[in-house]
Design a protein around this ligand. Sequence first.
Ligand code: PLP
Ligand code: TYF
Length: 394
Amino acid sequence: MFEHLKEQPKDKILALMQTYRDDPRDTKIDLGVGVYKNPQGVTPIMRAVKEAERRWWDDETTKAYTGLAGDPAFADAMIALVLGDAVPRDQVAAVATPGGTGAVRQAFELVKMANPQVRVFVSDPTWPNHLSILKHLGMETVAYRYFDESSGGVDFEGMIEDLGQVRAGDVVLLHGCCHNPTGANLNMVQFRAVIDLMNDKGATPMIDIAYQGFGDGLEADAAATRAVAAGCPETLIAASCSKNFGIYRERTGLLMAVAQDKGMHAVTQGNLAYLNRQNYSFPPDHGARLVSIVLGNDDLRADWQTELEEVRTGMLALREQLASELQRLSGSDRFGFVAQHRGMFSRLGIAPELVDRLRDEHAIYMVGDSRINIAGLNKETVPVLARAIIDVGA
Ligand code: PLP
Ligand code: TYF
């Protein structure tokens, strides 16, 4: 039977990681996969996470199954982190999932169960896994304009015009903050206009939030998600703990389904648990446990927030430095958007041939669409990148 299998397209971001590893040049710079790195190029275990792990080693008494929805303390802690008091707790159904990817996958499956005819509107561009999971599930996808190549900002007029095609029962996928891959984000006025539009059309918003705390801070980064959840009758939210807790390989995420109609809660919760059972029975617990320990202890939480702030402000400083270096070398403001973007990524808007030349001639690795991971830089490599960008004629 295996002879009937077709070769599957590779994930370009993960393939790039391998090419980088195979490059023998010691000057090479990795701006590819979205993993935070400190100035020494290390992805550290956050102090509070390490301490939570120590405490849990002492406190853990069993490794028996959790519930199908995962540990309720994890859901409570994450709902509070993401949603604050935007909606009452009893309006939120939630299940732990293997990473944010697991939450995205389960959200799409839930949507498909509820409405097999659904069309999912996605930003152009979006995280490639959104598209590949939707395709795998046989779900119809409609792209809406999002990125304005000329300004490096959001093409908001184009976005609103394209979302005008949305019909009742469709889903609109939005990035809660720190848009991947562009780094360009809506402001709150624009988010409110999108909320009004979705409500006018009878569409359901789905929010993917994978970088809370990496943009403007934990609260600011959650503001759009909270406004959507409070402002729409129903909202799906896929949250990842991979980045903001630095627990990538623990596979920790939460899928939330918010319904203003309280009658919906039990049946939605039951469907989320059902989906977990169909796919893997019980979600992983270790990362979820670390998150609830960190969020549930004042000392660990404070230390985590301090370290997360250092990560965030460090990336902002690199943005400022890169934008000013590019301004100096190009004699223009055309890369000014780098300082305006938020999160780990910026799409530079340079041609694929130049991306190849940066790799071949300068050992600088970025994704083919010219997305860079800001955290792959440090004070010393920012000028190297800026000179290379000008050198290849971008
Ligand atoms: N959503 C977006 C937009 C992402 O960039 C990522 C990547 O890290 C995820 C979801 C999910 O990440 P993970 O499955 O590692 O939690
Ligand atoms: O966009 C990124 O780089 C991160 C990490 O299949 C990632 O979101 C990349 C590819 C993938 C899963 C995660």
